[in-house]
Design a protein around this ligand. Structure first.
Ligand code: DGL
Length: 277
């Protein structure tokens, strides 16, 4: 058993969209968050790099004594989840399976759209997960690198983000999907932009943010009840490989942590090397 901690790992601020869901539902744990901002975007990295970085982060969490880690990054889940589970004994879950289950539950016409990073799309992990649940589901994917970077930089000006989102939605052409998976944890942060553009184009689409099912799965594994009594002075420790100031700037636009004791720590890449497998 760990130290009553849950770990969240992402390349950057995207993982906050998962942490935010957890903060609403899990009241009796402290949280640690690892943001590998120095090496993001993962979406432009190779399978080997992403796998190695994920193993390092999971090793780091293991040393911190987490009860469970959530790989709050679709790209890291794609390449790093399997090896992480084969390497460490504590529970480690990703976002792809929960997101796929949710999408299959929601779609009526079996046509699903995925927006994700380039390396996540290329991994084919969502096709595989969806087809395992329902082989009749059709999936088309578009990768959105400019959107990941816009969110990471904290530039949420409506017109600017809408312009980026519209360009990517246009890439789906006349594909008449009824369900869209926000398959990069950076994207739920600008979910309203997706909703606005789809509505403007007259499309009725259900959005899937894999975070919800992922957090429910974590609660299930740890036997956590939503009605637990809230801990006093709950703590969140952030471990960031890049510039803490930049991370904080964007973080404060995404999530209100004023009721938590929050600490930031810088992690050096060379100190992660000991976790390499
Ligand atoms: N937030 C990450 C994901 O869910 C990846 C962003 C990136 O570093 O490219 O895939």
């Amino acid at each position: 058993m760990g130290k009553n901690l849950i770990g969240f790992y992402d390349s950057g601020v995207g993982g906050l969209s998962v942490l935010k869901v957890a903060l609403n539902k899990i009241k009796n744990k402290n949280f640690v968050f690892f943001g590998d901002t120095l090496r993001m975007p993962y979406g432009a990295r190779s399978a080997e790099e992403i796998r190695d970085y994920t193993i390092e982060a999971m090793g780091f969490f293991n040393d911190l004594g987490v009860d469970l880690s959530i790989i709050a990054c679709n790209t890291a889940t794609s390449y790093g989840l399997k090896k992480s589970n084969g390497t460490y004994d504590y529970p480690i879950i990703g976002v792809v399976k929960p997101g796929s289950e949710n999408a299959v539950e929601r779609t009526k016409n079996r046509k699903v759209a995925l927006v994700a990073t380039k390396s996540c799309v290329e991994s084919g992990v969502y096709e595989k997960a969806l087809r395992e649940i329902d082989p009749t589901v059709e999936l088309r994917s578009v990768y959105c690198p400019a959107l990941t970077l816009a969110v990471e930089s904290g530039d949420f000006e409506e017109e600017y983000v809408d312009g980026i989102v519209k360009k990517y939605i246009d890439e789906f052409g006349d594909y008449d999907f009824d369900t869209m998976i926000l398959g990069c944890t950076h994207y739920p942060i600008v979910e309203n932009s997706f909703k606005r553009i789809l509505k403007r184009e007259g499309k009725k689409v259900l959005m899937v943010d894999p975070a919800y099912q992922t957090v429910l799965d974590a609660m299930d594994i740890l036997d956590i009840n939503e009605n637990e009594v809230e801990y006093k002075n709950r703590k969140i420790d952030f471990y960031i490989t890049g510039d803490i100031k930049k991370f904080k700037y964007t973080m404060e636009k995404i999530v209100d942590l004023s009721s938590f004791e929050v600490n930031f720590h810088n992690v050096k890449i060379k100190d992660l090397e000991k976790y390499k497998k």
